[in-house]
Design a protein around this ligand. Structure first.
Ligand code: PLP
Length: 406
């Protein structure tokens, strides 16, 4: 008998279906010669979007300076640019010692939870969430406690529900704003209520703001750090989305609020950052270029821009559908439509996504992949060409019509 190598039991409840079984199935179909319209990953570079040329030029100009390991928290020039951005947004006490650059926000989500959690500690997370947040909580010994962000409430959380989930073991409150997968952008009054909950229960605020400048219809973005004031707060940002540089693998976190309350925690972050030596040095040179140059994303999100157009096509597709409903996304790169109960009473999002792929060659991510149980939702990215998105709605409608009559 061959002794099999067993994976860690920690992984039992960990999932990341954005790159999961459906994606592998799509690759098989493509390898067999079938073109697939993919709406599964928020990876702008795969859809013809480019990072601004001045980011690329900054990296190229510093190739020779990038061969040595850098500071564990990031290049001084990069951290100064991030600290300046955060201070301009009203974040308090943000000095370069409180900035950490990582290999994507992904690495820093893990690092920030690893520095915080004891086994059995609880973290308040949105449902639906970006699934790395739940996965990193579990992998670091914590327990996710999900608060719902329901379509009937504009995908915004209900502060009373959030507070009802607090226990003596709760350590942190996570927000994703603008939100992936729903596109919700949180109004200031709601953020004030959530900050008050964190203050009452001594929670660390963690706000994933990676989509901070991707906004539609003049929706304002309110950085959490400004509302949090002196409370301990971490804001996450990066180059992947707003600056279309996913492959650079660069994200950052900024720790704001009263430094005395987070001195030990900051030291723990520094130790963990040092253990992995440093983030990719080469790509860090793009950070000052990205944050000090004029913003380039607005040309894509304003009327006439490609993301604006993609969102318009999606809104039209839903409006002309017999089966779908949608809370119009106010920000980020996704739409999260749902199948109406009055049209299809029993709906399995996973079964639908598989059929859509097999029967109509379209790849979407089912809502349950975002830790939203019994979801009737699907997540679409706004990144394909608008004409492809229009075609996706024709094909989805065909599968839904078949399901409705079966
Ligand atoms: N946070 C959210 C909400 C995301 O949607 C993503 C990527 O899609 C990430 C974090 C990871 O970003 P990065 O490329 O910086 O690791």
């Amino acid at each position: 008998m061959v002794a099999s190598i067993k994976p860690s039991a920690h992984l039992a409840d960990v999932r990341y279906e954005i790159r999961g079984a459906l994606t592998r199935r799509a690759r098989e179909l493509e390898a067999a010669g079938r073109p697939i319209i993919k709406l599964n990953i928020g990876n702008p570079g795969r859809y013809g979007f480019e990072a601004p040329a001045h980011l690329r030029e900054a990296i190229a100009a510093h190739l020779r300076d990038s061969e040595a390991y850098g500071h564990e928290q990031g290049l001084d020039e990069a951290r100064e640019a991030i600290a300046a951005q955060q201070r301009a947004r009203g974040a308090r006490h943000v000095e370069v010692e409180r900035i950490f650059v990582g290999n994507g926000v992904s690495e820093l989500i893990d690092l920030s939870l690893r520095a915080l959690l004891q086994p059995g500690d609880e973290v308040l997370l949105p449902s639906p969430d970006y699934p790395l947040w739940s996965a990193a909580t579990i992998l670091n010994g914590g327990t996710p406690r999900h608060y719902r962000c329901l379509a009937e409430n504009g995908h915004l959380p209900d502060p009373a529900e959030v507070e009802a989930l607090v226990t003596p073991r709760t350590r942190a409150l996570v927000l994703i704003n603008p939100n992936n997968p729903t596109g919700a952008v949180y109004p200031r009054a709601l953020l004030e209520q959530l900050v008050a909950i964190a203050a009452r229960h001594h929670l660390l605020l963690l706000c994933d703001e990676i989509y901070d400048d991707i906004l539609y219809d003049d929706t304002p973005f309110q950085p959490l750090a400004e509302v949090a004031g002196e409370l301990p707060c971490i804001s996450f940002g990066g180059l992947s989305k707003v600056h279309r540089g996913c492959g650079y693998r660069i994200g950052w976190l900024s720790l704001s609020g009263n430094p005395a309350r987070t001195a030990e925690y900051r030291d723990a972050l520094q130790l963990l950052a040092a253990l992995r030596l440093c983030a990719n040095v080469t790509a860090q040179w793009a950070i000052p270029a990205a944050l000090q140059g004029a913003p380039t994303i607005h040309a894509l999100t304003a009327p006439g821009g490609r993301l604006h157009e993609a969102r318009r096509v999606i809104l039209e597709g839903v409006a002309s559908s017999n089966y779908l409903d949608l809370v119009a996304p106010a920000g980020a790169l996704y739409a999260f439509p749902q199948v109406r109960t009055d049209r299809i009473a029993t709906f399995d999002d996973n079964a639908f996504a598989l059929r859509l792929l097999d029967e109509e060659s379209v790849l979407v991510v089912p809502g349950t992949s975002f830790n939203a149980p019994a979801s009737r939702h699907l997540r679409l990215t706004l990144l394909p060409q608008p004409a492809d998105l229009a075609e996706v709605f024709v094909r989805m409608e065909r599968v839904l019509a078949r399901m409705a009559t079966e």
